[in-house]
Design a protein around this ligand. Structure first.
Ligand code: BES
Ligand code: MN
Ligand code: ZN
Length: 499
């Protein structure tokens, strides 16, 4: 779908569908009032009749409203005017796409961007209307033998803004949102693909494709033999039990100054996590195809940044491996030497994410990073702690944590910070190596991050545990595309600051 912005008055719009807001209770928005006047009180009569109270998410489709040039009007309930905020706006933006999708209209004019959303400006309103729309339009049907000929006639949405002077920021918002959405779709596609298709080699090919499609974009792939020779013993201990060769994939997007240190994003790319010899129980094990959600979000971020052509240096680094049980797989109790030289007693082969990440986090020291953020479906415990709303945030640097929290506020791709105090490190003690990869049941998300923090002392670092936010289970099973919006915002904010 294509998005545009234009200035004009609501009551004069010639379109398949004009979208207008109504607040609870029964209060027409300013634009709706203008339409009401021209249509001889058509809207106010309907509202008074009780068919549209303005409750959040309520919708009413009207045809042939008198004296107007539009074929339809979609009235959208926005809830209480004073409580109209970010999450409600995003919810409505997705809802109207689903409603319009079921009508015969191919274009729509959206007036909702003139409504007041708490603390947000026009750029934000347009940006997140587009992101929400693209998110709602996403389908994953590439593996069905017959793709359901999507009856999706909606082709064009135009945001109706108040003044021509706002056109530039509106168009920038659309451009940014389209970039982020393209990244998010890639993230969802990769995460939704099953382990028999999306293996480490597939991810490496995907990275090559990105490098061919964009300027300033290059890729370097390290194979398992090189990694072994280099001394990445923790990574290899996870990958060795699989027929699928593990890979570390470095995507470098260098559109910033030659001497600008890069922002480095590291993704956990376990393309399937059986648990290894510490085998997982069978129930819902299929969902462990999503265990490369962190890597998928790094791919999505790289695509988004390249689409937006941001003038900045960003490295996306993915540690891709499959965690399988086999006769040559790592046993509980095995001791391995990490790329950093520190030794680890592997008490549970299902705590594999931290093992592939620790070597990646050591390897990327070579970039002399400005900051490092790793993204990983690392622990089931984060779902117990934060559910499916917030990603877990842990960091060794307060300003970086604050920077991430404010990008999360803006995108509503939320995070919640957990501590990684020294005291928690005691849970990783080992009798046989420098430390173990297992912290026990208490604070499992934190001890996983404490493990990683032993490899990130040389730079500003934050860790996002996205096990609860990267995908949905149940009837709507599938990747969410999180936290691409958040990561893109972090980079956007940095790029804005620099320019
Ligand atoms: N990929 C899992 C984490 C996970 C579990 C994500 C459930 C989403 C849903 C990770 O590799 C894992 O198995 N973690 C273990 C760690 C434990 C053995 C210390 C876990 O969370 O149980
Ligand atoms: Mn695991
Ligand atoms: Zn895992």
């Amino acid at each position: 779908m294509e998005f545009f912005a234009k200035s004009g008055s609501a009551e004069k719009q010639k379109t398949g569908c004009l979208i207008l807001g109504v607040f609870d209770s029964r209060k027409l928005s300013a634009q709706a009032q203008l339409v009401d006047e021209l249509s001889d009180s058509y809207l106010s009569t309907i509202v008074r009749s009780g068919d549209m109270e303005g409750k959040l998410g309520q919708t009413l489709l009207l045809h042939k409203v008198p004296n107007l040039n539009c074929d339809r009007i979609l009235l959208v309930g926005c809830g209480k005017e004073r409580e109209f905020e970010v999450s409600k706006y995003q919810k409505i933006s997705a809802k109207i796409i689903r409603i319009l999708d079921e009508t015969g209209t191919s274009d729509a004019v959206n007036g909702l961007v003139t409504l007041n959303v708490k603390n947000q400006d026009l750029y934000w309103k347009i940006r997140f209307a587009v992101e929400a729309a693209n998110d709602a339009l996403y389908r994953f049907d590439q593996l069905k033998s017959k793709t359901s000929e999507a009856r999706r006639p909606l082709k064009k949405m135009t945001f109706l803004i108040e003044s021509r002077a706002d056109l530039t920021q509106s168009e920038l918002a659309i451009e940014h949102a389209n970039g982020v959405s393209k990244g998010q779709s890639l993230t969802k596609d990769l995460a939704n693909l099953p382990g028999n298709i999306c293996h480490p080699t597939y991810l490496a090919e995907c990275a090559q494709e990105l490098a061919e499609s964009y300027d300033n974009f290059s890729v370097n792939v390290l194979d398992e033999a090189e990694l072994k020779a280099m001394g990445a013993g923790a990574f290899v201990s996870v990958s060795q039990g699989s027929e699928q060769p593990g890979k570390m994939i470095a995507m470098e997007y260098m559109a910033g100054g030659k001497d600008d240190k890069p922002l480095v994003f590291v993704g956990k790319g376990i393309t399937f996590d059986t648990g290894g010899i510490s085998l997982k129980p069978g129930a819902a094990m299929d969902e462990m195809k999503f265990d490369m959600g962190g890597a998928a979000s790094v791919f999505g971020l790289m695509k988004a940044v390249a689409e937006m052509k941001l003038p900045i240096n960003v490295v996306g680094f993915v540690a891709a491996a499959e965690n399988m049980p086999a006769s040559n797989a790592t046993r509980p109790g095995d001791v391995v030497t990490t790329l950093s030289g520190q030794t680890v007693e592997i008490l549970n082969t299902d705590a594999e994410g931290r093992l592939v990440l620790c070597d990646a986090l050591t390897y990327i020291e070579k970039y002399d990073p400005e900051l490092v953020i790793d993204i990983a479906t690392l622990t089931g415990a984060v779902i117990i702690a934060l559910g499916h709303q917030a990603s877990g945030l842990m960091s060794n640097n307060n300003p970086l944590a604050n920077e991430i929290e404010s990008a999360a506020d803006m995108t509503h791709d939320r995070v919640w910070r957990l501590p990684i105090w020294d005291e928690y490190h005691d849970q990783l003690k080992s009798n046989f190596a420098d430390f173990s990869n297992l912290g026990g049941r208490p604070a499992g998300t934190i001890t996983a991050a404490c493990f990683l923090s032993k490899f990130t002392k040389k730079y500003r670092w934050a860790h996002l545990d996205i096990a609860g936010t990267a995908w949905r289970s149940g009837a709507k099973k599938g990747a969410t595309g999180r936290p691409v919006s958040l990561l893109s915002q972090i980079v956007l904010n940095r790029a804005n600051k620099a320019s």
